[in-house]
Every structure is written in structure tokens, then in C-alpha cells.
Design a binder for this molecule. Structure first.
Ligand code: ARG
Length: 267
């Protein structure tokens, strides 16, 4: 995680952005999120915030993290769509490099790829769900898929079509290896079919629920950390044996992100 010391909303990178934030509240909310992760049994490690990098708190985006029999722990650095966010990437790469992760650099050219915002491991690690349309580009996903193919890891591309679900992590949340939360209207028809084929149980969120980041939760040791809880989400979590933990992330929602976006899981 990255403390929100320099967190701010300056430029509208997604449809949620346009309202000033309250930095003190943001700090309290971030501390609560950190505490709820620790209460769920997660050990939290930190990266130092950098002045001027107002979105650095969204630790899900700067690198993709993996682990592989042959090459061990690795990352794939992102190429962020907005230049202001491209500047975050070297700080994250440095953090991982110092901790022994192998760095797989891709030559993106004009393409973009936004880490775990758009790339989600299937929980059994059999494949990677990879979305494009608003932030990552189809070409970025293809370049990533080619690199993963060399490691024998299949990548399933998904096209996003709802600007309020501009990252995959706003409309797909793996709950366990059989079940996922999803907002079906975030995908093109073909992609929705591909997505459904990969899960035994697809639990649907409405667009309204997804736009309130209920699908942007964190699954941790039997808990589901979420900014809000609806009857529908409550029933889904009960059916999958997860206990909801509600954490207010309203200041970060003004930047288009919630719980899931504010961390990267290490292997
Ligand atoms: N303001 C950030 C942006 O638009 C929010 C990133 C949210 N991260 C996420 N993984 N969905 O880039």
C-alpha cells in the first residue's frame, strides 16, 4: 500500500473525477482500510509516497505481479495512459526490484497496460483475465499475452464498454476459483460470453452497485472488504461463505477508485 500523503484530484482521468477531496478524511479512510486488512490477517508492506504523484495511492495499477515455477517472482511494469501516472511506475518497479522480483519489461510503443486495474489472476492461477477499452489497449493486452504465453500462462482478453467501469477491477471480482462478482453490462457481448465460460458461478451486480464500487472489494481470508453493502451483495457473500467488512472509501471514490485499487497483493 502507499499512504495518501500527496493524494489529490487534479485532472479528470475517469468519469468520477471532478470534486475536491478532503485530505484529512482520506487519511482516516486509508488507515481504516489498512487496519481492516491487518484485522483480516494480511501483512501490509508500504511504498513511500512521492510528492506530485497524486494517484500513487492506487497501488493496483503500476505493475502486474506474478510467480512462476521457472523464473520465480516477477513483475510486468505498466504503461499508464496518463503521463502524470506514468511517473509512478519507476518508483514501484524499484520497490519490487530491490526485493528480488524479476522485471519483465515490454515494448509497448503506442499501447497501454494498467497492471491489476485491468489484469486479474484467476484464483487458481490457471489464467489471467485481461481487459481493454478505456485504459489498457487491445494491443497492450496482446503484448502482455505474448509474454505470458512464453511462461505457459493463458490470457483471456475482455472488452470493456462502460466508462464508469473503466478498469476491470470495477466490474470483476474473483471470490474463489469457482465464483466471481461481475457487472455484466460492463462488457461487450462476446466478452461477456468468454467471461461466463470461465466460472461455475457468476454473481451479478447491477450497474448501480458496480458504480458504487461494490465489485471493487478485497477478498482476504474469508472477508470481503467493501465500501457499501446492498441486500444483493450481502446474499452473494453469504452464499460464498464470505463475511462483509464495510470500509468507507468515499474520498477515493472521488478519484474513481476504492478498496481493491488501493493495494497490490504480493505473492
Ligand atoms: N484516479 C485513478 C485513475 O484514474 C484511479 C485509479 C483506480 N484504480 C483502479 N485499479 N481501478 O487512474
Amino acid at each position: 500500500m502507499c499512504p495518501p500523503t500527496f493524494f489529490d484530484v487534479r485532472e479528470a482521468k475517469n468519469p468520477y473525477m471532478g470534486h475536491p477531496i478532503d485530505r484529512i478524511r482520506a487519511h482516516q479512510q486509508w488507515q481504516n482500510l489498512r487496519r481492516s486488512l491487518e484485522d483480516a490477517g494480511v501483512k501490509v508492506e508500504m511504498i513511500a509516497p512521492v510528492e506530485g504523484l497524486d494517484d500513487m495511492v492506487f497501488a493496483a495499477n503500476q505493475v502486474f505481479i506474478g510467480d512462476h515455477d521457472k523464473i520465480g517472482k516477477f513483475i510486468v511494469p505498466s504503461r499508464m495512459r496518463y503521463p502524470s501516472r506514468q511517473r509512478e511506475v519507476p518508483f514501484y518497479v524499484d520497490w519490487f526490484r530491490k526485493r528480488g522480483y524479476r522485471v519483465i519489461e515490454l515494448d509497448f510503443g503506442e499501447d497501454f497496460l494498467e497492471g491489476h486495474g485491468d489484469l486479474l489472476w484467476h484464483p487458481d492461477r490457471s489464467k489471467i483475465w485481461a481487459a481493454y477499452g478505456f485504459r489498457s489497449t487491445r494491443g497492450g493486452i496482446e503484448k502482455f499475452a505474448a509474454a505470458m504465453q512464453e511462461l505457459g500462462i493463458p490470457v483471456v482478453p475482455l472488452q470493456l464498454v462502460d466508462a464508469h467501469c473503466y478498469h476491470l477491477d470495477t466490474s470483476l471480482c474473483p471470490l474463489n476459483q469457482d465464483a466471481a462478482l461481475t457487472n455484466p453490462s460492463a462488457y461487450s457481448k462476446e466478452s461477456l460470453k468468454d467471461l461466463r465460460r470461465g466460472w461455475k458461478r457468476i454473481h451479478e451486480l447491477s450497474s448501480e452497485e458496480a458504480h458504487r464500487f461494490m465489485g471493487n472489494g478485497i477478498v482476504a481470508n474469508g472477508h470481503y472488504i467493501t465500501p457499501y453493502l446492498s441486500d444483493n451483495l450481502g446474499k452473494i457473500l453469504a452464499a460464498e461463505g464470505l463475511t462483509p467488512v464495510i470500509v468507507d472509501t468515499s474520498e477515493f471514490e472521488k478519484s474513481g477508485g476504492s478498496a481493491f485499487c488501493m493495494k497490490a497483493f504480493l505473492d
